[in-house]
Write a protein that binds this ligand. Structure first.
Ligand SMILES: Nc1ncnc2c1ncn2[C@@H]1O[C@H](COP(=O)(O)OP(=O)(O)OP(=O)(O)O)[C@@H](O)[C@H]1O
Ligand SMILES: [Mg+2]
Length: 621
C-alpha cells in the first residue's frame, strides 16, 4: 500500500494493534452473555457439570444487580479457580474429537471468561479433599483479590452489576419484568432436564421456585402447574439408534400460546422448529390448529450423531440424519397418544416400518450402515422432506375426501397441475363458476365447504407455501418460465445491495428473473417469473433484497433457501386481495398438491379444518 504514497511511506506508522485481553474478552462475551438470563444458563450448567445435587439461584433486580449460583458440586482447586476465568480454559474436553462424545453441558471454556469480562465476579469454592476453600474477586477480566476462605464443599459464583463497564449494552437490557421472564425460562429448562437435582430460585429475597428432587413427571407439574396433573401422557420408545422419553399433555391441555414446549437432546434444551413440526403433526386433528400442545421430550442418542457446536448458546444442534429423528419423534408421540386411547384411528405404518430399519433394530456397524442406506425405506426417509411426505399423503387424501363430494354431479375437479398458476388463472376469462363450495371472506380467507364441515384457508399463507415449493422445485433444476416485461426496467441500488444482488443473480435467473448487471450498481430487469404480477418488478427486487438481509443472520439457511423464502414471502398474494372463483380454485388445488400443505415455510398454518360434527357438539346438538 505504501507504494502508492510515493516518498511519504516512511513516516506513516503501522496501524494494526492487538486488542488488550479485557477488550477482546468483552467483544467475545457478546456472543455468550447477552443478558442476565445468559449468565443464569451458564452458571446453572456449570453447577450441573460439577455433579451438584443441590443448586440455588439467587437474583436481584432481575439479574441486573446480581446473579448468584450456589452448588454442592465438586468445587475447584486454587489453581483451577484462577484458570476457570481464562478464555478457552475447560476441564471438559481435550481435543476436537471429544466434542462428539460429550456428556457435559459445557465444552468451550468461554462462559466464565465472558462473564468476568462484563461484570464483577466473586467466586467461593472448595473441594471435598481441601481443608480450606478459595475466594476470588474479578473485575474487567482482572483478579482484584484472592484469599483462603472457610467454605463448605461446592462453589458459589456471584455475578454483580452486569455490563457495568459496557454501558451501551446495559442500556439494551429490557424491563425487569422481561429480564426476569428470560431468567425463569432458562432456569426452567435446566431444572426440567435434571429432576434428580434440587433447584431453587429466589428473586429479590423471595423464593419463586423450590423444586424438590423427584421424577420427571413431578418436576413437570412442579414447574408448569397442577393443571397438568393427571393430564400427562408418557412417551417412551427405545431403539438402538435413539431413545425418546418424556411426556406430552393430553389434547385438552393445549394452550393458545406456545409456552410449555421443551425438547432436550442428551439433556440439553434445544430449539427446533423442525422437530416441533413432528409433534404438531402427531397431534394433528386432535387439537385446534392455533393451539399448542404441552410437551417435554428427551431424545438421547450417541453424541457421534450430533454436532452441538453450531451456535454460540448451544441451543441449536445438527443431527447427522434429522429426517430419521423427525420420523421417530412423530411416531413416538402418535404411539403414546394412541396407547392412551386418546384417538383410536391412528395408523401405525410409520411406526412399524421404522422399527424394521436395521439401524434401529440392531446395533449399527459400518456394514449395516451401508445396507440400511440402500434400503428403500431408508431412502424415502432420507430424501429431502420425505419424513413429512408420509404424513402429507394421508392429509391430502383426507382433504380430497372432504372436498370431492362437493363437486358430485358437477364437473370433476381437474387433475392437480402444479404448473397452473394463480396469476395465469387471474388473466383467464371469467368462466362460469362450478366450484360452488368456494367462498372468500374478508378478502383474506377461502372457505371450502362440504357435507362434513369446512376448511378455512388463509390465502396469503397458502400462497406463500405454494410459491416456496415451486421455487424450491425450480432451483433444484427445473427452471421456471419467464414472462418478458413489456418495458425493461432499470434499477439502481446502493453499492452494498448491488454487491448482494450480483451474488444472487444466478439463482434468481433459475427462478425466472431475467436480470442483468448494467454497470454502476444498475441492473436491467427484462423478465420476471411467470407467476408474478407485472408492473412492480423494481419494488419486488428491492423488497426481496430487504427480506434476504433480514434472513442473513440465520445460519441455518443456505443462500438459496434464503432467496426462496424471501421471494415466497414477498410475492405471496396478500390478504385484502379479492380473488375470483377460478383463482380460489387454483390456489386450493395447488396448496394441496404441495408436499407440506399445512404450514408456511416458517411454520404458520395455511388452513384449519372445522368438522360439522364438532360444530354441532359445540352447539349442544
Ligand atoms: N460450579 C462449578 N464447579 C466446579 N467447577 C466449575 C464450576 N464452574 C466452572 N467450573 C470449572 O471451570 C471451567 C470453566 O467454566 P466455563 O463455564 O467457563 O467453561 P466450560 O463449562 O468448560 O465450557 P462452556 O464455555 O461451554 O460453558 C470448567 O471447565 C470447570 O472445570
Ligand atoms: Mg460452562
Amino acid at each position: 500500500m505504501c507504494y502508492f504514497r510515493g516518498t511519504n511511506y516512511k513516516i506513516l506508522p503501522d496501524i494494526i494493534q492487538l486488542l488488550p485481553d479485557n477488550i477482546a474478552n468483552q467483544i467475545a462475551a457478546g456472543e455468550v452473555i447477552q443478558r442476565p438470563a445468559s449468565a443464569v444458563k451458564e452458571l446453572l450448567e456449570n453447577a450441573v457439570d460439577a455433579g451438584a445435587d443441590e443448586i440455588k439461584l439467587i437474583v436481584n433486580d432481575a439479574g441486573k444487580a446480581l446473579v448468584q449460583v450456589i452448588d454442592n458440586g465438586k468445587g475447584m482447586s486454587e489453581t483451577d479457580a484462577r484458570m476457570a476465568f481464562e478464555r478457552h480454559a475447560t476441564s471438559k474436553i481435550r481435543n476436537i474429537d471429544d466434542l462428539f462424545h460429550i456428556k457435559t453441558m459445557g465444552f468451550r471454556g468461554e462462559a466464565l471468561a465472558s462473564i468476568a469480562a462484563v461484570a464483577q465476579v466473586e467466586l467461593k469454592t472448595k473441594r471435598a479433599e481441601d481443608e480450606t476453600g478459595v475466594y476470588i474477586e474479578i473485575e474487567n477480566s482482572m483478579v482484584k483479590l484472592q484469599e483462603p476462605v472457610a467454605a463448605t464443599t461446592g462453589s458459589s459464583i456471584a455475578m454483580k452489576n452486569l455490563f457495568f463497564n459496557v454501558p451501551a449494552r446495559r442500556n439494551f437490557l429490557k424491563s425487569n419484568a422481561a429480564e426476569l421472564r428470560h431468567i425463569v425460562d432458562e432456569f426452567t429448562r435446566v431444572a426440567m432436564a435434571f429432576p434428580e437435582i434440587f433447584f431453587s430460585l429466589s428473586s429479590n429475597g423471595q423464593e419463586v421456585f423450590h423444586l424438590e428432587k423427584g421424577t420427571l413427571k413431578q418436576r413437570i407439574v412442579q414447574i408448569l402447574g397442577n393443571s397438568y396433573n393427571a393430564k400427562l401422557v408418557s412417551v417412551q420408545e427405545h431403539t438402538d439408534y435413539l431413545n425418546i422419553f418424556g411426556f406430552v399433555g393430553k389434547p385438552e391441555t393445549a394452550k393458545k400460546t406456545r409456552g410449555d414446549q421443551y425438547f432436550f437432546v442428551n439433556n440439553r434444551f434445544i430449539k427446533s422448529a423442525y422437530l416441533n413440526h413432528a409433534v404438531m403433526n402427531a397431534f394433528d386433528e386432535m387439537i385446534a390448529k392455533d393451539s399448542f400442545p404441552m410437551y417435554a421430550l428427551f431424545i438421547d442418542l450417541n453424541p457421534a450423531h450430533l454436532d452441538i457446536n453450531v451456535h454460540p448458546t448451544k441451543q441449536e444442534i445438527k443431527f447427522d440424519d434429522e429426517k430419521i429423528v423427525y420420523a421417530f419423534v412423530q411416531s413416538a408421540v402418535k404411539h403414546a397418544l394412541a396407547q392412551f386411547s386418546i384417538t383410536p384411528t391412528l395408523d401405525f405404518e410409520l411406526d412399524a416400518s421404522i422399527q424394521q430399519l436395521e439401524a434401529v433394530s440392531k446395533p449399527l456397524t459400518e456394514e449395516r450402515r451401508s445396507s440400511t442406506a440402500s434400503s428403500s425405506l431408508y431412502q424415502t426417509f432420507s430424501q429431502k422432506n420425505q419424513a413429512h411426505f408420509i404424513e402429507h399423503k394421508s392429509e391430502l387424501k383426507h382433504w380430497k375426501e372432504m372436498y370431492e363430494p362437493l363437486n358430485a354431479g358437477q364437473p370433476q375437479t381437474p387433475d392437480l397441475k402444479p404448473q397452473t398458476t394463480i396469476h395465469e388463472q387471474r388473466t383467464g376469462s371469467g368462466q362460469p363458476d362450478h366450484d360452488a363450495g368456494l367462498m372468500q371472506v374478508h378478502n383474506a380467507y377461502i372457505v371450502v365447504q362440504n357435507d362434513q364441515g369446512y376448511l378455512l384457508i388463509h390465502q396469503q399463507n397458502a400462497h406463500e407455501r405454494i410459491l416456496y415449493e415451486r421455487f424450491l422445485y425450480a432451483i433444484e433444476g427445473k427452471a421456471i418460465a419467464t414472462q418478458q416485461s413489456l418495458f425493461p426496467v432499470t434499477i439502481e441500488l446502493a453499492t452494498a445491495d448491488a454487491v448482494l444482488l450480483n451474488e444472487l443473480i444466478a439463482d434468481l435467473q433459475l427462478l425466472g428473473y431475467q436480470l442483468e448487471p448494467f454497470g454502476n450498481n444498475t441492473f436491467v430487469i427484462q423478465g420476471t417469473p411467470a407467476d408474478t404480477v407485472q408492473g412492480n418488478e423494481k419494488v419486488a427486487i428491492e423488497k426481496m433484497l430487504e427480506q434476504y438481509k433480514h434472513f442473513s443472520n440465520d445460519i441455518k439457511f443456505s443462500k438459496r433457501e434464503k432467496i426462496i423464502r424471501s421471494l415466497a414471502l414477498q410475492q405471496a398474494i396478500k390478504a385484502g386481495t379479492s380473488l375470483t372463483q377460478k383463482e380460489m380454485h387454483a390456489l386450493t388445488e395447488e396448496l394441496f398438491a404441495c408436499k407440506i400443505p399445512n404450514s408456511t415455510p416458517n411454520g404458520k398454518p395455511t388452513y384449519m379444518t372445522f368438522r360439522k360434527d364438532e360444530l354441532d357438539k359445540m352447539f349442544g346438538r
